[in-house]
Each structure stands twice: as C-alpha cells, then as structure tokens.
Write a protein that binds this ligand. Structure first.
Ligand SMILES: Cc1ncc(COP(=O)(O)O)c(C=O)c1O
Length: 378
C-alpha cells in the first residue's frame, strides 16, 4: 500500500522570526521607472545601487565570451582558477578563500554557519542592512549598537558582545553612510575581541568598498586574517570591478572558518561566467585605477554640489554619498519624476537622507541639476 507522506506531516508552522522579515528594498530598476512615468529609459540616471558607472571591464567581457560555449556544463564547484588567482593576489593558500554569489552570499553563509535561535550578532546602527536580515533569518538575537557620527562605535560594540554573541559584523567603509574606520582602530578591536572571546565570536569585516579608498587609508587586512583565527574578510567584484550583475564575491579566512562556510554553501553558487569574468577583472589594474579616479573626481563634484545647495552630507569613503534633504520621500519622488533614481534610506533609520551613488560626470551634473530644481520648488 502506498503512503502519502503529505497526509502524515503536520503543516509546518512558519517561524515567527521568518514572518517578521521586512523584504530588502533594492534600487528601482530603470525599466520600472520608465514604465511608471512614461520616460525614455536612455534618459534615466540611476545612482541608486552603488554600481560602477563605467560598466564592466572589456577584459571581463572577453572572458565571458570565451566561456559561453561551456555553459551547458555546471561551473567548477570549487572555483579552482579564481581561488588560485585570489590566493596569488593576497598571499594566502587557496583553502583560505571562499567564493560567494556576490559578497552578500558570504554574509549569509557566515550567518548560516554561526547563528541560530539562542545566539546573537552585534552590528552597528546604520550598518549594511543585510547584517540585520541575515541575523533575523537565522532566528538569532540582534544587538544593534548606536552609531557614533553615523559610523561604527567599536568601543561600544566590543562592550556589547555578550555570552550568546557568535558574530560581529563590521562594514568598512560602511554602506549607506560611507564612514570609515582607520586601520589602527580596527586592529585594536580585532585584538580585543580575540583576547576576550577567542574563536567563540567570529568577526566578519565587510570590505565591499575597499578599492575606493585613497592610498593613504589603504591597509593590508589579509595580515589580520593570518593573525586572527576568528576573522573573515569579505570583498566583492560588484563595485570597483564592475561585475554587479554577475554576482561574485570572496571571503578570506583561516581554514577552520572557510570549512564551516563551505559546509553550508550551495555547491554551484558561483556561475561559470562570473568565475571567468572575475579572474579577468582581478588582473585588470588599468580598469581598477580608472574606476578609482572617476569615483574620486565624481565624489568631489557631488560633495561640492551639496555644499552649494546648503545640504549636510556625510564625507564618504565609498562610491556614494549620504546627503540630508529633509523630506526625503518627497524629494525622492520628485527626482523620480525627473528620471533620476537614488536610494531612500528610511528603512535604515535615516528618513531625512538619500544615498546617492557616484556616476559618470554627466550623470552627477544631471543629478545635481535635478536636485537643485526639486529643492527650489520649481
Ligand atoms: C557593505 C556591503 N557589503 C556587501 C554588499 C553586497 O554586495 P554584493 O553581494 O553585490 O557583493 C553590499 C552591496 O551593496 C554592501 O554595500
């Protein structure tokens, strides 16, 4: 006699912590805005998702074209070649590298490995939203520490770690505020966490915007990975490397941690095109330098423009600027009507602010003109 197992299993209750998740608010796609306001997609300026305004590097496009023929097969589940390239770049063994479907995936993998109901994570107010989402999705407790000057208060975060804490998330630079913690401050925090809590608390240092730092602020976080057995450093190919649509990021950590993240990783989480493009982009120093320069110049233009408009902004170390416009919902709607997409950050607790990504020169000028127009009430 066959048995229908579905009749034997009680309907699964959805855990309350899953029901409580507020969906992630992504930047509005150009096609959606064009439909909504009957605009020409080609005229729309999108400065909402901290993407690279140069698009992807030509070197990555060539690598993708070469890989197309093999798409009938699954990707390399271990990303051998990309890990080899990252290993050579950072001087760590390949088994210290974990690949992710974007660095967002790595945040998820770490939370899957270390968080569960009964545990807690520490993160800052105004930190990257996914720390909250990943904590929530695991049913873990949130220990959100008040920000200091819109950035992370590492002393308060250290003090907030309790017996249940299994993870601390730090974004450096941070999104959406663009704030930055100098190397010495981070080093002291890492040393204190490890001294007090050993391997029972994993620190995830998220460096998605690292490549935008001016040379005097750059530091070698891989040295910390070698030093601290409880540290994961994550980076991405989505921003400065121009591959946001392909979804590829990586984490560097000692083998105990990479092993744990790999246990909860989907075997084929990074597709073949992404792996090939990332190898090419990693080697493309010219594109990276061009990206850095266009961003630095564009950021100055935006900050100068905000000053002229009398708007407060948080000095940014990333490829975006957080600016205070007052009634951000209204300003955002008016910008949308004028074909400009930026990012409201109300759900981050910043209802008077907009986060605006640095674009190409004409996009930055277009945004500033539209903003001046909106603020003058014309
Ligand atoms: C601080 C930070 N970390 C991680 C990510 C995730 O990016 P991705 O999954 O594209 O690597 C973002 C994206 O905006 C970010 O701002």
């Amino acid at each position: 006699m066959s048995t229908d197992i579905t009749t034997q299993v009680a309907p699964a209750a959805v855990p309350a912590y899953i029901q409580a998740i507020a969906p992630y608010q992504a930047g509005k796609p150009i096609s959606e805005l064009a439909r909504e306001f009957n605009l020409n997609p080609a005229d729309i300026i999108k400065l909402a998702s901290n993407e690279n305004p140069l698009g992807m590097p030509a070197s990555a496009k060539a690598a993708i074209e070469q890989t197309l023929a093999s798409l009938g097969r699954y990707p390399d589940p271990n990303g051998f070649e990309l890990k080899a390239a990252l290993s050579a770049r950072y001087g760590v063994p390949a088994n210290w590298v974990t690949l992710g479907n974007g660095s967002n995936d790595l945040l998820e993998l770490a939370s899957l490995a270390f968080l569960a109901p009964g545990s807690a994570s520490v993160y800052s107010e105004y930190a990257f939203t996914v720390y909250r989402l990943a904590t929530q999705a695991r049913g873990a407790r949130h220990i959100m520490v008040a920000a200091r000057d819109y950035g992370h208060d590492l002393d308060a975060m250290l003090a907030a770690i309790d017996d249940d804490t299994r993870m601390v998330f730090i974004a450096n630079p941070n999104n959406p505020t663009g704030t930055f913690l100098p190397a010495a401050t981070v080093a002291e925090f890492l040393s204190q966490v490890h001294q007090r809590h050993g391997d029972s608390v994993t620190v995830l240092l998220d460096e998605a915007y690292n490549e935008y730092l001016d040379p005097e602020f750059r530091f070698d976080s891989t040295e910390w990975v070698k030093q601290y057995s409880n540290l994961i450093v994550s980076r991405t190919f989505s921003k400065a490397y121009g591959l946001a649509g392909l979804r590829v990021g990586y984490a560097l950590a000692q083998p105990r941690l990479t092993d744990l993240m790999n246990r909860v990783r989907q075997p084929f989480n990074v597709n073949s095109l992404a792996q090939a493009a990332a190898i090419a982009a990693l080697a493309d120093a010219t594109f990276l330098q061009q990206t850095y320069e266009i961003n630095r110049a564009g950021k100055q233009v935006l900050e100068q423009g905000f000053r002229k408009l009398g708007l407060e902004f948080v000095p940014s170390y990333g490829n975006f600027v957080l600016v205070r416009v007052g009634d951000a919902a209204r300003v955002n709607l008016e910008l949308l009507k004028r074909g400009v997409i930026v990012r409201p950050v109300t759900s981050d607790g910043l209802p008077e602010w907009l986060r605006i990504s640095v674009g190409l020169p004409q996009e930055n000028e277009g945004l500033l003109a539209a903003l001046a127009d909106v603020l003058s009430g014309t």
